[in-house]
Design a protein. Sequence first.
Length: 479
Amino acid sequence: MKITNICCIGAGYVGGPTMAVIAQKCPEINVTVVDINEARIAAWNDEDVENIPIYEPGLSEVVKEARGRNLFFSTDVDAAIDKADMIFISVNTPTKTYGIGKGMAADLKWIELCARQIARVSKNDKIVVEKSTLPVRTAEALKSILDNTGNGVNFQILSNPEFLAEGTAVEDLQNADRVLIGGDSTTAAGQDAIQALVHIYNHWLPKERVLTTNVWSSELSKLTANAFLAQRVSSINAMSELCEKTGADVNEVARAIGMDSRIGPKFLKSSVGFGGSCFQKDILNLVYIAKSYGLNEVADYWEQVIIMNDHQKRRFAANIVSNLYNTVAGKKIALLGWAFKKDTNDTRETAAMYVADYLLNEQAEIVVYDPKVKVEQIYADLDYLGSRSREENRKLLTVVNEPYEACRDAHAIAVMTEWDEFRTYDWERIYDCMLKPAFIFDGRNILNIKELANYGFNISSIGLPPFRKEKEPQKSIVI
Ligand code: UDX
Ligand code: UDX
């Protein structure tokens, strides 16, 4: 089966970069990315390729190469579905905020709407690919909707979960560790569909990196991968608290255990807590699924990863308050970074938002600087938490686009994101313009604490005892 037209529903962090790379690597296939959000599509089509709505290193170059050639962005969802042989569903599947499973289960409202739209529009056979992360056995529901509401055409459902990480999306796509394709290999049509997608990835990835499994294994593998990665971060963060108490250094512990090839060095960086659209959502989803099968021990085990992460964010904020003499009311605190990690403008579930909220509840004055996140996004995140009115959020928190301005007259600085530029600032200049004693709370362990201590800063890093300049040893007085 030869694919000549692909449609992707959802032009977000997953759909946009994934389709851009497929279009770049498969110039003979037309790829149309559609979205109901007109502003987002307009931004993808912006003449200046630097204005595309998602910031990812290398992405604008890929879009520049393929856009208008075989990569198109449109709001005409029906037309793109009609033309396509293969349709990727990359719409969002947030945690439910209502009804059964509220706060835990994935909200599949958008997925179902997509399925009904595909069924209504399709006049020839199509392969439907689940790209969004979905609970196990969603493919069954998709198939049932497509078969029962469609025009009598045949649909093959594949699961092709995305493993890209934001900030390295283009590299992760172009040089993926593995691609996973789940499908129904018990029928000839199922096998053809699997091979059609395998063929697309084989344009740039060797055969051995494209794994095929049954649909359920593929769906569950995605949740499992994210749960394992998040669990490593919570495990090292649990150790960071113990390190602070005992005088051990969490970076040294991570290095020592990471050199054991059975453990490996990745995802052992202690931090103020993991964020992002996937880890928390997918684990909550896993917990919900386990509970729905009555597997309470399994559910409790994975839930602990989230409990630890919430604790880490809270204790970071509480540590700021206790170091600033137990009150931050009316004190200016500069937050450096708002994105959930460096090299992305994504702020979903970012630890910065929760730390800011905690400090605002203590009546601190917050000033935020982030090199990529827009001011509207920062306020939207805070408003979403619903802790206070829109007006109060705008009064108590300001956003500036210059780091030195953020730090001027501040009592404390908190590093929330590991942006590389933070390492290169003139920290002596920053120290000089702050109120004294000047405090730094490094939520990412990226700053050179010895150098900072020499300027006079009091430094608290995650997983290290508090650090300040050694006092000159007192000379003994000889009488
Ligand atoms: C999302 C989920 O977060 C992730 O778990 C899943 O694997 C893929 O989808 P992401 O691309 O990061 O990932 O989401 P987002 O940036 O919100 O993009 C989804 C897009 O779908 C939005 O632009 C939204 O407007 C669009 N959408 C949503 C539609 O076009 N139609 C709909 O019916 C619903
Ligand atoms: C994650 C998965 O890595 C990816 O495979 C999946 O497709 C989507 O979810 P992403 O959320 O984009 O990707 O970023 P990731 O690099 O995994 O980081 C998630 C969070 O964990 C970030 O807040 C990051 O700062 C934090 N983290 C990561 C740590 O605190 N320490 C680490 O050692 C690694």
